[in-house]
Design a protein around this ligand. Structure first.
Ligand SMILES: C[S@@+](CC[C@H](N)C(=O)[O-])C[C@H]1O[C@@H](n2cnc3c(N)ncnc32)[C@H](O)[C@@H]1O
Length: 251
C-alpha cells in the first residue's frame, strides 16, 4: 500500500481556525510529526503515533515523515499557521530533493492553514489592505545583513510589513536593531501592531506609534505588523481599528 504525506497548517492556535481539510487529515492519520508544542495540539487516540521533536531538527523530521509515508503510513507533518510560511513544507521539499528517487512517487499534499500574519491583521482591522511584505526576523537561517537590506528596501517601497519571529530569548538584540533601523528609515509615527498569542486565551493586541515602540513589546509569540505611510487608525469606543486604504493616489 502506498502512503500519504500531508503537510498541514494548524492555524494560529484557536480550534475554530483549523480548516476542515486539516481536521479530516488528522482524523485519518497513523502518524503525526512536528515540533513539540504543535504535536501537543493534536489529541491522542488509538492507532495514532505522535512523533514530537525539537525545533532545530526540521530536516530529520522531514526525512522521518518521507520514510514513514514510503512504508505505507498516513503521515501528517504539522506546523502552526500555514505550513508554507516559514515552516515545514519547504523543509520536507528540501529533504525530498536530496533523498532517494522513490520518495518522488509519494502522494504529497500541502494543506493550508491560517497564517499568524492574517490572523493578527484580522483582529486589528485590515493593516495589510494594500501592498505588503512578510519578513522573518530570525537570523538562524540567513545573515543579519540580508534582513537589514530587506527592511530598508521595504521601507523604500512603502510596503506595510509583517514580522514573524521578532524576538527570542537567545537573540533579543535583533529586534532592537530592526526597530532602530525602522524608526530611523521611516522617520514618522506610523502605527505598529503587536499581536500576541492571537486566537488563544492569552491573546493581547497593542497598537503604538512607531516612534514609541520598544523592543520589550515583542516576544516569540508575537506577530508585529508595521503600517505603510498610508496606514490609518479609526478611533472608536469598542477599540481602535487599523487599516491601510486600498488605493494610493500618487507616488
Ligand atoms: C516559525 S514562525 C511559524 C509561522 C507559521 N507557519 C504561520 O504561518 O503562522 C513562528 C512565528 O509566527 C508568529 N506566530 C505564530 N502563531 C502566532 C499567534 N497565535 N499569535 C501571534 N504570532 C504568532 C510569531 O511571530 C512566531 O514567532
Amino acid at each position: 500500500m502506498s502512503g500519504i504525506l500531508s503537510i498541514a497548517g494548524l492555524g494560529p492556535g484557536g480550534e475554530a481556525l483549523i480548516t476542515p481539510e486539516v481536521a479530516a487529515a488528522l482524523a485519518e492519520a497513523t502518524d503525526v510529526i512536528g515540533y513539540i508544542p504543535y504535536v501537543a495540539r493534536v489529541a491522542p487516540r488509538e492507532g495514532l503515533v505522535l512523533h514530537p521533536s525539537d525545533n532545530r531538527v526540521e530536516l530529520d523530521r522531514a526525512a522521518l515523515a518521507l520514510r514513514l509515508a514510503a512504508e505505507g503510513r498516513r503521515v501528517v507533518v504539522v506546523s502552526s499557521g500555514d505550513p508554507g510560511v516559514f515552516a515545514m513544507a519547504a523543509a520536507v521539499f528540501e529533504a525530498l530533493e536530496a533523498g532517494p528517487s522513490h520518495w518522488r512517487d509519494l502522494d504529497i499534499r500541502v494543506l493550508p492553514g491560517i497564517t499568524a500574519m492574517l490572523a493578527a491583521s484580522a483582529r486589528a482591522g485590515a493593516p495589510l489592505g494594500h501592498d505588503f511584505c512578510a519578513i522573518n526576523l530570525s537570523d538562524n537561517l540567513k545573515p543579519w545583513t540580508l534582513i537589514e537590506k530587506r527592511l530598508r528596501l521595504a521601507v523604500e517601497a512603502d510596503f506595510a510589513m509583517a514580522f514573524y519571529n521578532p524576538r527570542s530569548k537567545s537573540r533579543p538584540e535583533g529586534f532592537t536593531r530592526a526597530l532602530a533601523l525602522l524608526q530611523e528609515a521611516c522617520g514618522d509615527a506610523r502605527p505598529m501592531l503587536f499581536a500576541r498569542a492571537v486566537s488563544t486565551p492569552e491573546e493581547e493586541l497593542r497598537i503604538v506609534p512607531l516612534d514609541r515602540a520598544t523592543p520589550d513589546m515583542a516576544d516569540m509569540r508575537t506577530m508585529v505588523i508595521l503600517g505603510s505611510s498610508q496606514t490609518r487608525i479609526i478611533e472608536r469606543p469598542g477599540g481602535a481599528l487599523l487599516y491601510t486604504p486600498r488605493s494610493v493616489a500618487c507616488v
